[in-house]
Design a protein around this ligand. Structure first.
Ligand SMILES: *Cc1c(COP(=O)(O)O)cnc(C)c1O
Length: 423
């Protein structure tokens, strides 16, 4: 038996994996053409033709709407900006509650707070890591206005169930599909099943433009309000004839012409990137099958997984080891394993309820109509996964091939055949 690297043996993986880089000559040429044109942005924050931005912004939005099969695609300078615009566009008011998953990037919840609304955390499904519809229902109160789902790690949430709950209670749904562009839910793209959704274009997502995001919706009014919040709504509404001016507090969330020109090229490659990620993940799952106490990703039969992250779980009782011991052994062999999301409700901002100013606004003000609990224990599944048995491999950061996957499988098998030496 080979000696584990953690215990002084040789590493199973002796070379670094290539960094992910989805950009090529096409993006270079597209960016060059924009620079040659001299027009790096053409937005004007006023009700004129240029309120909608320049030619590449419009071309990318048109291509994205066609690609994802939606009526409207609106580009933004980050998906964080897209989330803020989406929450505002659906008419969330100060003190409204929005149900959100704790197992996501912090921006999903911060976008709610941005409008002085109150994030309420529901628990997740232990197989898919996405919001559990039953927990959503338990957290609905008379103050609930919307649900924010995240298609985490690359697999869509249970959209039919969640949309049915939302419709029954008169709630809007926002889909944070930053990690799952190109994944399918039944016959639709993930991100397009909610009232409004969208994708991140930051540099570690499947396709990217450095920074950026795309908001998608079939709703004309939501699209218009996202466009307004993106581009200085308050000075535009009068000229545009917008009479409902609630949340028409504008920003500059505009994406540039170079990014959009590159985005057009990236979008053409998305399907291929996702398919190759899926093939590698299937190879990894096959290679890891039969390892006792290791649970590989569960993909629901009615959807596909885009594998931003390859999520796994350990059966610690069966292994007789702590997660940290197993992770340390895998990391020592050269597999960069992560231990999951710090649950958002456990961040200091929620634990101390200090957001705007130092006096506890918005929770301490009378816009907040009840004492919302962010205590440890409110989301036992998500907390347990983070605290004890989740492990993940961030496929998104590498440009992997089949030989790399073989090495990863070899590293896992080496650790598993030496579990006794770790105990
Ligand atoms: C990346 C990400 C975001 C934020 O996207 P940016 O474009 O980096 O602002 C939000 N939510 C999730 C789940 C993400 O993975």
């Amino acid at each position: 038996m080979e000696k584990l690297a953690l215990l002084g043996g040789d590493k199973a993986i002796q070379r670094p994996f290539r960094k992910y880089n989805p950009l090529g000559q096409e993006e270079l040429q597209a960016a060059r053409e924009v620079i040659d044109s001299g027009v790096l942005s053409q937005f004007i924050g006023a009700w004129t033709e240029d309120f909608y931005g320049g030619p590449k912004v419009r071309e990318f939005e048109h291509a994205a709407a066609r690609h994802f099969g939606v009526k409207h695609a609106v580009t933004v300078n980050s998906w964080t900006s897209g989330l803020v615009a989406a929450v505002g566009a659906i008419g969330v008011a100060p003190g409204d509650e929005v149900i959100v998953t704790p197992w996501t990037m912090s921006a999903s919840a911060t976008a709610i707070l941005h409008w002085n609304a109150i994030p309420v955390f529901a628990d997740i499904d232990p197989d898919t890591y996405n919001l559990d519809p039953a927990s959503i229902e338990r957290n609905i109160t008379p103050h609930t206005k919307a649900i924010m789902v995240a298609d985490i790690f690359g697999q869509s949430a249970d959209m039919d169930e969640i949309m049915a709950i939302a419709r029954a209670h008169g709630l809007k749904v926002i889909s944070d599909t930053a990690q799952a562009p190109g994944a399918m839910y039944k016959d639709r793209f993930a991100g397009t099943c909610a009232d409004v959704g969208g994708y991140s274009l930051n540099y570690h997502k499947h396709i990217h433009t450095g920074e950026g995001g795309i908001v998608v919706t079939d709703d004309d009014e939501i699209a218009e309000r996202v466009q307004l919040i993106r581009n200085h709504a308050e000075v535009v509404v009068a000229g545009k004839g917008v009479t409902d001016i609630s949340n028409m507090v504008g920003h500059n969330f505009r994406l540039g012409e170079i990014e959009c020109a590159m985005g057009v090229e990236q979008l053409k490659k998305l399907g291929g990137f996702v398919r190759s990620r899926q093939a590698l993940a299937e190879q990894l799952t096959a290679g890891l099958s039969g390892l006792r106490g290791l649970k590989t990703p569960a993909v629901r039969p009615d959807r596909t997984h885009a594998y931003y992250v390859y999520p796994m779980q350990l059966d610690l009782a069966g292994l007789g080891l702590s997660r940290d011991r197993v992770c340390d052994a895998l990391v020592a062999e050269g597999v960069a394993i992560s231990r999951g999301y710090q649950n958002i409700h456990l961040l200091p901002i929620y634990q101390r309820k200090i957001a705007y100013g130092s006096q506890g606004f918005p929770w301490s003000s009378d816009i907040c109509r009840r004492d919302v609990d962010y205590g440890k224990g409110i989301c036992p599944v998500a907390e347990g996964l983070h605290d004890s048995n989740y492990i993940g491999f961030g496929m998104c950061v590498y440009d992997l091939d089949a030989a790399d996957i073989d090495l990863i499988v070899h590293a896992f098998r080496k650790v598993w055949s030496n579990l006794d030496s770790l105990r």
